[in-house]
Design a protein around this ligand. Sequence first.
Ligand SMILES: C[S@@+](CC[C@H](N)C(=O)[O-])C[C@H]1O[C@@H](n2cnc3c(N)ncnc32)[C@H](O)[C@@H]1O
Length: 197
Amino acid sequence: MKPFAESCQQNRGPILEVLRVELADRSRLLEIGSGTGQHAVYFGAEFPQLLWQTSDVAEMHGGIQAWLDEAGLANVLAPLTLDVCQDEWPQHSYDAVFSANTAHIMAWSQVECFIRGIGRVLQTGGVFCLYGPFNYNGRYTSESNARFDSWLKSRDPLSGLRDFEALDDLARAAGLVFERDYAMPANNRTLVWSKRS
Ligand SMILES: C[S@@+](CC[C@H](N)C(=O)[O-])C[C@H]1O[C@@H](n2cnc3c(N)ncnc32)[C@H](O)[C@@H]1O
């Protein structure tokens, strides 16, 4: 049976509006932490010109593949095994990277691998779009995000909402320049960086 995340159903429309701007002229995208695969098939159908490469840790592949098989989209590719710290990153380069709801699930050491790896696989001029809840200057943007962070940490003390400033420090060290910050429903954001050189 295909896995289903209600959150994907709810956030895909607002994310699509951002991706329509950010991915308009892109041709090859790497998604990191594809999860259920719902985003990949929804966005893949909306951007037929874009080769959408899914990836995740191996245990998620069955679910992703089930969504891909049903959708039958030629431009959405079977998942690569990619644990950001443990696996070899693709040899290909991409002109876009997309990831949703991953930075607060990964431990900080994994977030470091994540952004370093993106700096390596992105082509000059490529964009990195990161969706999720974030803090600014160490502060929550809402009570619900504070509660979500406590819940995350009760499950895994190494997880938790990340500070935009700390992510941007990593991004700069990886050769990325911060471009845009989109406010999204339910106190989420989409952060966009580009690779300048
Ligand atoms: C909350 S889910 C989000 C899934 C999907 N992107 C979404 O928005 O519904 C977090 C995802 O991050 C992936 N993930 C966690 N740690 C990872 C790591 N070290 N390397 C790659 N992916 C990881 C998980 O397997 C999972 O698919």
